[in-house]
Design a protein around this ligand. Structure first.
Ligand code: NAD
Ligand code: MG
Length: 384
């Protein structure tokens, strides 16, 4: 694919969206922003549209006042228009940085249109991994991972045969509570959970990092992206968040990718692949000492990771149910309706109560997703 690459960014106002804009500012000759979308922050979206002179601007929720956009911009409103923007034939790349299962439909729309997707939204693979991968292989569109661990694996396996990959380990910081006594975990507050030691991210993924549901979602994401069975997928706690993944090949050699904890490294790699150019953030300084510590997670501290691992092994709709219940439970925790310790209980109960049916189309998946959400809501009400 030649340069400049025309880019549509879905979720442009979020944390990944902001990191992506830094990469575009650094490489204006290589990346041209032509379309953006956000949920409801019209002012922030309009400021981005003006800075980059964006042609199509989309908001899910109708704003109270008309945003001030560049004269030539087309303004689109409503959830269904998100897929139209994702399928816009002008785009060379669609970066999906929407949060949650809402990322599935636009990811599929972009792939269906044959457009390469740079994927930050892991939930779309967790909910509809089989459909997403089938759509990409049918249309020939590529999925380039922007999640830092998966981008690290992607970099490590370039030029290697799939059969030589013996196993991979995704690293995790362990979140803000990795050293807190277990009996104090029940009572942590949203404010404490939103303070991540290394990464600056949106609220949902920050809570997911504290529970390590995030790493569970990432195991499922890795299964689909790299076509690997559950037994080849591992997690290692690595507090400094410098090594993002490790790949062990069948000859025993282990490759890893390192960079400081900023998403600009992975996003730039995916957007400019296979080229390498100067990055946005400072890299590792070889005059400093590096203390790289790794250890396996204690699953009694991270029950959400254990539940996600079980859902990965179970397959079928279990990952979808895990994701739906997690989204609902995290929302309830952030609005002080349930305690931190109840997040995993709500997920576990929802997984146990769900009536598993086959689902293959996007319509089936989204309706099962709604059923799982309702069940999780009910469990929250009955736990009050
Ligand atoms: P965020 O909350 O900061 O931003 C989310 C973006 O999506 C915003 O622009 C918001 O307007 C938009 N959005 C929210 N709900 C929407 C909906 N229903 N439909 C359409 N758009 C909607 O989240 P984030 O931290 O940037 O994360 C985005 C995605 O990237 C998540 O799936 C997350 O797991 C993944 N991810 C994030 C990071 C990170 O460092 N933040 C790292 C790896 C992967
Ligand atoms: Mg990640």
């Amino acid at each position: 694919m030649s340069f400049p690459r025309k880019l549509v960014v879905l979720g442009a106002t979020g944390s990944i969206g902001e990191s992506c804009l830094k990469v575009i500012r650094k490489h204006p000759d290589k990346l041209k922003l032509i379309g953006i979308s956000a949920h409801s922050n019209a002012d922030k979206l309009a400021a981005i549209a003006r800075e980059f002179d964006v042609k199509k601007v989309h908001l899910c929720k109708s704003p109270d006042t008309q945003p001030v956009l560049p004269i030539q911009s087309e303004f689109m409103v409503g959830q269904e228009m998100l897929c139209q923007l994702a399928a816009w034939s002008e785009a060379d790349i669609v970066l999906v940085a929407v949060v949650g299962a809402a990322g599935l439909a636009p990811t599929l729309a972009a792939l269906e249109a044959g457009t390469d997707v740079v994927l930050a939204n892991k939930e779309s693979l967790v909910v509809g991994g089989e459909l997403v991968m089938q759509t990409a292989s049918r249309t020939g569109a590529r999925i380039l991972p922007a999640d830092s661990e998966h981008n690290a694996v992607f970099q490590c396996i370039q030029g290697q045969s799939h059969s030589s990959v013996e196993s991979i380990a995704l690293t995790a910081s362990g979140g803000p509570f990795r050293d807190r006594p277990l009996d104090q975990l029940q009572s942590v507050t949203p404010k404490e959970a939103l303070c991540h030691p290394n990464w600056d991210m949106g609220p949902k993924i920050t809570v997911d990092s504290a529970t390590m549901a995030n790493k569970g979602l990432e195991l499922i994401e890795a299964k689909w992206l790299f076509n690997l069975p559950p037994e080849k997928l591992h997690v290692l706690i690595h507090p400094p968040s410098i090594v993002h993944a490790l790949v062990r090949f069948n000859d025993g050699c282990v490759f890893s990718q390192m960079s400081p904890p900023s998403m600009t490294f992975a996003i730039q790699n995916a957007l400019l692949f296979p080229e390498r150019h100067p990055g946005v953030d400072e890299s590792i300084n070889f005059n400093d000492s590096l203390n790289l510590q790794f250890y396996p997670p204690d699953l009694s501290r991270y029950p959400c990771l254990k539940l996600a691992g079980d859902a990965l092994h179970q397959g079928g709709l279990a990952p979808l149910v895990f994701n739906a219940a997690n989204e609902i439970a995290v929302e309830a925790f952030l609005s002080n309706r349930i305690g931190f310790g109840l997040i995993s209980s709500i997920i576990e109960k929802t997984l146990n109560l769900f009536d598993y049916q086959p689902a293959h189309s996007i319509e089936d998946l989204l309706s099962q997703d709604q059923i799982a959400r309702k069940l999780a809501h009910r469990e929250i009400l009955s736990s009050a």
